[in-house]
Ligand binder design. Sequence first.
Ligand SMILES: Nc1nc2c(ncn2[C@@H]2O[C@H](COP(=O)(O)OP(=O)(O)OP(=O)(O)O)[C@@H](O)[C@H]2O)c(=O)[nH]1
Ligand SMILES: [K+]
Ligand SMILES: [Mg+2]
Length: 439
Amino acid sequence: MIFQDSIVALSSGRLPSGVAVVRLSGPATRQVLEVICGRLPQPRLAQFGTFRRADGTPLDAGLTLFFPGPNSFTGEDMVEFHVHGGRAVVAAMLEAIVGFDGVRHAEPGEFTRRAFLNGKVDLLKAEALADLVTAETESQRRFALLNSGAQSALYTDWRQRLIFARAMIEAEMDFSDEADVPGAVGSTVWADVQKMISEIGAHMDGYRQAEIIRDGYDVVILGAPNAGKSSLLNALARRDAAIVTDEPGTTRDLVEVVLDLDGVKVRLTDTAGIREEAGRVEQIGIDRARDRARGADLILHLVDLNDPQAITGVSTEARRLMVGTKSDIAPCSGLGSTYDHIISVTSGSGVNELLDSIGDYAAEAAGNASDILPSRQRHIELLRKTSDFMKAALEAPSEAAEIKAEYLRLAADQLGRISGAIDPEDLLDVIFSQFCIGK
Ligand SMILES: Nc1nc2c(ncn2[C@@H]2O[C@H](COP(=O)(O)OP(=O)(O)OP(=O)(O)O)[C@@H](O)[C@H]2O)c(=O)[nH]1
Ligand SMILES: [K+]
Ligand SMILES: [Mg+2]
């Protein structure tokens, strides 16, 4: 695909920085290079020199990397200017480049969008690149890196098997008059379709795991007023994120902190203490606490050992850890099996053990780093359709071979939509607008 306009952006991070990378892609690249560098640099070799405006005044000095199309990220002529990462330097460089005919600032994700439209990456790879750029934890990084190829390969394999299955069914239809075509072809094909349905099902089950890697393992602290919930949140976050006082009912809103536990993102939420006779504002906080518990992965249920009180109205399928608090002033020890953990935020006793437990559960939920997972809701929706069409193909009566073949075609098309091989247009804006500028 040939674009008329060229796009430029700062592709490296926040300024000021040691070095900043300004990226330009499109048909104006060569002309811009001839003016700014004085000549066309050798392809793919870093070249040092002075950057100049059209009137000869210097802008900066630095490295140039020229990638002639189609062997570039976007498939177009591209250049990277490595300039000093000062705000004024970058601003002057961008202004000089945008001054050329046909050059404009890039939209978010526009480089990757061009790469996709030029067949350099499929949509899955583009999404994985976006995930890699935004990865904050080790597990997010590994997940994005793995997904950039493995997910595509998995869907391509299923799609090819579906296309093959359909070809076999159609061939069988064509030769069905001839007596010596064995029905065995059909039965192997349908056995494979059945097998793929379970493979797709198992793959879709991994979505929760992908969500945990991306959005974090969701831990909610619950308990009666004054159980020590906010104190624990602050201790685990190592900062005063929530207000602590000796007054019951201090916390009303949800207070969330994000932790990185051994490379897994964990979201920890403090809530209002749950009790029956609450005032109006406090009651809203309590409703929020109960709501929040519903979607959690893990509940830390805190109970003041000196004043144990039940909490009501919490319904959740989450794993629950019973945590006895304020052990430093508790009258007795040896509390039996009521509690999974006994802690004191004041003395620090038991807090690290609790944190280790949370980390273990989070790591377990985030799963194996080598699992290939669906990474977007969009993938799940299309995989579900794929599987539904496959089931319809299986269930159609065997006399209706044409209908069965058509369902297989529809199933293969749904898989093609995930990678963007089929009908990508309506998705592009949604997908690429989530990227950052310069990517
Ligand atoms: N001795 C002792 N006091 C604690 C400990 N943890 C919390 N406290 C005290 O208990 C009181 C209540 O603590 P918070 O952390 O505000 O309790 P909370 O559960 O968030 O209370 P609400 O937000 O009102 O529901 C404060 O005075 C804390 O200093 C502890 O481990 N030992
Ligand atoms: K309190
Ligand atoms: Mg509190």
